[in-house]
Design a protein around this ligand. Structure first.
Ligand code: BES
Ligand code: MN
Ligand code: MN
Length: 477
């Protein structure tokens, strides 16, 4: 890790700022001198276990929304907590720049993934712990830490200058990690309030420690549970084995038909809607400083493997996938139990790329499974959630502003990168609000999102706040 106590005002290359934003030095000094408080506040936020998927944490999730709403008020926003059929939305507004100025919609989520397996955490998930320049806690990177950077950037601008050149609406939801089931209806009923010129999201990562990044894509998602059922109950595997189809064998067979030998998804029609990316974008991906060997080493696998004809970054960003996310079947306890299970279940998800849709993938998947299911068992598929893929245009004045802000804050020109993950609301924002979406993320590959020991670099928390303050300032120019 570099020097964690970065002197922002120096590192931000103030000498290179155009005159119009020279007054930013006061803002950056404010950020630097308040960093310890910012971090202490973030730790309070991280201590609230806002696990949206678990009913036992519904009150914690609400407390997290209330805590955030209070801090947004402190920062100078007008804030409302808006109920939904699920977890509430926190909406903060500052419209002091006037109607002629651009309006920025900032989106983030205050909910987090479950922390299990707990025994793998070096320090407990909801007791933030700083080690080696990293903030370890569930939600540090995804997404509380990144969302909070926006609140602190806004606070710095509003406290120091008393105003900003852009109007800002902050929309923080508490259901992203469960597929945002209530957000599209919320957006639809609040179109006027959410009307904006650009959407700004910090919920992705940078390409590497040295390279600030702007996102050009997200994959979509189609997530299913597949249940295979056989006999009325579990059976002695000697007494009955050989006379009926074992649901475990059947499920294994079904799953084995999902890929071919070239690493492609072997479902008929699966690639029909996949857009081949232009050679310019593929060359740009190719030019990024990526090492397969280093990547392999970091992941601890014997070799990398994926779809023939594509590089690792292409496989991650511009190609669709199909993966088993969970399996449940039969006896898995200590020792041997000779049994034919009467039920088997798998969680299977597809990452999608333009122009695939989760609806069509569902139809193709169902048809495929019907076709390959062995005789003698019944199979049922449930859809868990879905989301459409997204590709950005990455051009125009707002992207210019983001490029400049990142360059000034990090001292390096940002790179364009794709993301393998999904933020399903992004396409919906773009279409329903007719505004471009910018992904400006500050976590890193390897930050253990959704895994034990999630972390965020302290340095990125600090620099990111400065970068965002610069960005808000520049979006008006
Ligand atoms: N912030 C992530 C998405 C992400 C992760 C983008 C890594 C880029 C890099 C988001 O919180 C997330 O985890 N999304 C889910 C989908 C959602 C519908 C549960 C995902 O990608 O699995
Ligand atoms: Mn996230
Ligand atoms: Mn997530």
């Amino acid at each position: 890790m570099g020097n964690p106590r970065t002197h922002l005002a120096n590192s931000l290359h103030l000498h290179s700022l155009p005159l119009s934003v020279a007054d930013m030095s006061e803002v950056l000094t404010f950020i630097e001198s308040n960093l310890d408080r910012f971090r202490a506040e973030l730790y309070e936020f991280l201590r609230i276990p806002s696990i949206s998927a678990k009913t036992e944490h519904v009150e914690d999730t609400r407390r997290s929304a209330q805590w955030l709403a209070n801090r947004m008020r402190d920062a100078g926003l007008e804030v409302e907590i808006i109920e939904t059929p699920g977890h509430p939305v926190v909406l903060g507004e500052w419209r002091g720049a006037g109607e002629a100025a651009p309006t920025v919609l900032v989106y983030g989520h205050y909910d987090v993934q479950p922390p299990e397996p707990l025994e793998e955490w070096v320090s407990p998930p909801f007791e933030p712990n700083e080690r080696d320049g990293r903030i370890y806690a569930r939600g540090s990177a995804d997404d509380k830490g990144q969302l909070y950077m926006h609140i602190k950037a806004l606070e710095a601008l509003l406290t120091t200058n008393g105003s900003m050149p852009v109007n800002v609406v902050v929309l923080a939801e508490g259901e992203e990690e469960m597929g945002s089931p209530n957000l599209v209806p919320f957006v639809e009923t609040n179109l006027d309030r959410l009307a904006c010129d650009v959407v700004l999201i910090s919920d992705t990562s940078m390409f590497s420690e040295e390279l600030p990044s702007l996102g050009f894509s997200l994959r979509g998602l189609a997530y299913f549970e597949i249940h295979v059922s056989g006999a009325r109950s579990d059976l002695h595997s000697g007494e009955y084995g050989g006379a009926i189809t074992n649901p475990g064998n059947a499920l294994a067979h079904i799953l084995a038909t999902l890929h071919d030998k070239r690493g492609r998804v072997a479902i008929e029609g699966f690639y029909d809607d996949v857009v081949e990316w232009d050679s310019k974008t593929r060359a740009q991906i190719e030019s990024l400083p990526h090492s397969d060997e280093q990547y392999r080493e970091e992941l601890g696998v014997r070799q990398l493997n994926g779809e023939d004809g594509f590089s690792t970054l292409e496989r991650l960003w511009i190609r669709p996938t199909c993966d088993v996310n969970g399996l449940l079947c039969g006896y898995t306890g200590e020792g041997a139990k000779t049994v034919l299970p009467n039920h088997a279940m798998a969680k299977v998800s597809f990452r999608l790329v333009p122009n695939q849709t989760d609806g069509k993938v569902r139809d193709l998947f169902e048809k495929h499974v019907q076709h390959v299911t062995p005789e003698g068992v019944t199979v049922q598929i449930n859809e868990l959630h879905g989301g459409r893929p997204w590709r950005a245009s990455v051009e125009g004045r707002y992207f210019e502003a983001a490029t400049q802000a990142l360059e000034e804050a990090f001292g390096t020109t940002p790179v364009l990168m794709g993301s393998g993950g999904s933020i399903p609301i992004v396409v919906e924002f773009e279409e329903r609000l007719s505004a471009p979406v910018m992904l400006v993320g500050f976590s890193l590959p390897g930050c253990n999102l959704h895994a034990p020991n999630e972390w965020l670099p302290v340095e990125n928390f600090e620099r990111g706040i400065g970068a965002l303050a610069l960005l808000y300032q520049k979006l008006a120019n």
